[in-house]
Design a protein around this ligand. Structure first.
Ligand code: IMP
Ligand code: MG
Length: 336
């Protein structure tokens, strides 16, 4: 029996989708349950030559045996959800909690036109902030009121509890990341709720005593979309020169970039109670590590970089991403 949480360590876009898709294939969990804010997220999964950018359906869908759930704390845009059901062909194994909140066109309208949200905060415009506001006001519609969602409705907390009692393995998929937390992040340049490992438990209706592992995902450099601080931010030209240029998967915006930051890594580890670190995109910093699957292929500066992360955070790096595909990874979990 295990309940592992995968949470973002910087400002999102660390490569959670990639780590989750690998874990789905390698560990065969019974359930992957999506937590986090809602469809403001974009999780990128590359498998068998196809790239998927998912906003709601859990990233582990590539393993057809896994039950895919969306927790009560997650906002659902029914249109986005139904279209992802088609692209992922997962109708027969997806469940949405009865109490998930619903994003309506009016929420998207406010999020994408309001000067404070759109210009100052740099919201993704997906309607999440205004929907969470309506939830706090207790006037937001819930999934149980939407006929199109009827076939998928379930109680995620009960499903997870039953699976744990039956000795099964479960992975919780966080979205966004700790520095975007409404409580612990760089306020006001944050998302509309907490997104820590504790919040991930709450989103799914799982008590903290059930958690076996918290895997914090850190990218080998730091990126941020939208506004707000980014220590050590590089110019567009320097970002390009280093090959760190990325675009937001939901909004298409150019991501701002900065070198890896050990202070932020320590903060991410502390606020999430990390038991493991998954480090992604090592191949972007050290091209000779591309597609490596064995730690013996990691030498020199790349190896020193990993050791320093472990020394500064006091947490082991348990997985190392070496390319975009789910299988481009070095899995060190046996050693920890
Ligand atoms: P909102 O959550 O759409 O209101 O956006 C608030 C801030 O969080 C903006 O800076 C967004 O760019 C950022 N944000 C929200 N979700 C994500 C994500 O999944 N990845 C990266 N940034 C995000
Ligand atoms: Mg993303």
């Amino acid at each position: 029996m295990s309940f592992s949480i995968v949470a973002g360590g910087f400002w999102g876009d660390e490569g959670k989708g990639k780590i989750l898709s690998y874990l789905a294939l390698a560990d065969n969990p019974a359930i992957i349950a999506r937590a986090g804010v809602g469809p403001n997220a974009g999780h990128t999964i590359e498998f068998e030559g196809i790239v998927y950018k998912l906003r709601l359906i859990p990233s582990g869908f590539i393993n057809p045996k896994i039950r895919l759930l969306i927790g009560a704390g997650v906002l659902v845009n029914p249109q986005v959800f139904l279209s992802e059901l088609e692209t992922t062909k997962t109708k027969d194994r997806v469940g949405v909690d009865f109490q998930s909140g619903i994003i309506e066109p009016s929420h998207i309208e406010i999020d994408s036109t309001d000067a404070h949200l759109k210009n100052k905060i740099g919201s993704t415009g997906s309607g999440c902030g205004p929907a969470n506001m309506d939830r706090a006001l207790r006037k937001l519609k819930l999934a149980r009121e939407i006929p199109e969602l009827e076939p998928y409705l379930t109680d995620v907390s009960i499903e997870i509890d039953d699976a744990l009692k039956a000795g099964k393995n479960i992975i919780a998929e966080g979205s966004q990341a700790i520095l975007l937390s409404l409580f612990h992040g760089s306020y006001p340049y944050v998302t509309s709720k907490d997104v820590s490992a504790a919040a991930i438990c709450s989103d799914l209706g799982v008590g903290p005593t059930k958690v076996t592992d918290v895997i914090v995902v850190l990218k080998s450099f730091v990126t941020r979309v939208g506004t707000g601080e980014l220590p050590g931010e590089l110019s567009k030209e320097e970002t390009e020169k280093r090959g760190w240029t990325e675009y937001g998967s939901v909004t298409g915006r150019l991501r701002r970039a900065a070198p890896f930051n050990y202070d932020l890594a320590r903060k991410a580890v502390r606020l999430n109670g990390a038991t493991q670190i998954a480090l992604t995109k090592l191949d972007i910093l050290y091209p000779d590590t591309a597609k490596a699957n064995d730690i013996r292929q990691i030498r020199g500066e790349a190896k020193e970089f990993i050791s320093r992360i472990e020394e500064e955070t006091n947490v082991k790096v348990s997985m190392i991403g070496t390319g975009p595909c789910a299988k481009d990874i070095i899995d060190l979990r046996e050693n920890i």
